[in-house]
Write a protein that binds this ligand. Structure first.
Ligand SMILES: Nc1ncnc2c1ncn2[C@@H]1O[C@H](COP(=O)(O)OP(=O)(O)OP(=O)(O)O)[C@@H](O)[C@H]1O
Ligand SMILES: O=P(O)(O)OC[C@@]1(O)O[C@H](CO)[C@@H](O)[C@@H]1O
Length: 315
């Protein structure tokens, strides 16, 4: 079973608009609603892959009830933590030319009791979890050390941890030795405090995160592909993609693909790449099912192309 923890889930609302004209009334040509937050998406992708998952998340107010209904409709098992504040709504504005602008709300402030209940719920649910995926930003009320505490507690109970977060929350958690961390290029650059221009720069940054405590780093590099750096070595993976429809949740789909394939080594990286490539070809944050995957389009190599200039460098 793969348990996910999303401290700051969201109701994801996507509006399709012809173009973003500031100061104008923009008439949307389409809209959709998805249950969101990074761990929630990982659970949706794990379930789509046919494996058991439970999603732990605080839920509050009318948006929280809607997130619960949407997850129920998708058959996702949820261990909800009721909170007084309303779950946030995050907005994505998808323009006709493919550019996507996202507005992520801060979310409710969790009280001390809610914070403890969240940790306790994770403890209760983690009994038969092979992996615990802890994902996304922290809501107000949770200190940057919250993931570090969660990793320490769950490691003590014997589960493996996958962590996808950024900034101080990521840096603080590294000291507790998460089994895998999944930064995107921007988060990786932010963690080491310097720009990334080439795949080699990303490898060096991933090695630095390992030196800070991460056992393995699965770095997603957007259109450039993905990198896995662990004790066993370094691999680079990429896939051919016909047309990108939406990259929202592509990283979450990748992490799910990595975990459902065992969570280590080149085969898990290939699964991560296949899941990321399939996710970007689906609308909104729709998660791929096995029928959407195209393993033949994926290449994984131990000969990491260190000199390759990133299509999406981080300055
Ligand atoms: N434009 C693209 N073309 C081809 N593949 C892509 C593209 N964007 C993303 N992918 C695939 O999806 C994976 C994850 O994307 P990305 O690095 O953007 O994740 P992310 O920023 O964590 O996403 P999110 O936070 O929305 O889940 C990439 O490593 C790649 O395999
Ligand atoms: O604000 P956070 O927690 O960093 O990210 C939240 C979010 O952007 O991540 C998911 C895509 O990865 C979306 O479902 C959700 O809206």
């Amino acid at each position: 079973m793969i348990l996910t923890v999303t401290p700051n889930p969201s109701l994801d609302r996507t509006y399709e608009v012809p173009s973003l004209d500031r100061g104008e009334v923009i008439r949307a040509t389409g809209e959709r609603m998805d249950p969101g937050g990074k761990g929630v998406n990982v659970s949706r992708a794990v379930a789509a892959a046919g494996q058991r998952t439970v999603a732990v998340l605080p839920l509050g107010g009318a948006p929280g009830a809607l997130v619960a209904d949407l997850l129920d409709a998708q058959g996702i098992e949820v261990a909800p933590v009721p909170v007084a504040g309303a779950t946030r709504s995050n907005i994505a504005l998808a323009e006709a030319d493919g550019v996507l602008t996202k507005i992520n709300a801060p979310g409710p402030e969790l009280s001390e009791a809610e914070r403890e209940l969240l940790l306790e719920t994770v403890r209760q649910q983690s009994g038969d979890a092979a992996w615990i995926a802890c994902c996304g930003s922290l809501p107000r009320g949770l200190a940057p050390s919250w993931y570090a505490e969660l990793v320490a507690r769950t490691h003590a109970a014997g589960a493996r941890i996958a962590l996808d977060t950024s900034g101080p929350a990521l840096l603080e958690a590294l000291r507790e030795r998460p089994d895998v961390v999944k930064p995107n290029a921007e988060e990786l650059a932010g963690a080491v405090g310097r720009p990334l221009a080439t795949v080699g720069d990303a490898v060096k940054a991933a090695e630095e995160l390992r030196a800070m405590g991460a056992r393995a780093v699965l770095a997603s590099l957007g259109a450039d592909g993905q990198l896995l750096v662990s004790d066993e070595g370094a691999w680079f993976g990429s896939a051919r993609v016909a047309a990108v429809r939406s990259n929202v949740g592509a990283g979450d789909s990748s992490l799910a693909g990595f975990l459902v394939a065992g969570g280590s080594g080149p085969e898990a990286l290939a699964s991560a790449v296949a899941h990321g490539a399939a996710a970007v070809q689906l609308p909104g944050s729709v998660m791929p099912t096995p029928g959407d995957l195209d393993p033949a389009a994926v290449t994984v190599t131990a000969e990491v192309p260190a000199d390759r200039v990133l299509k999406e460098p981080v300055s």
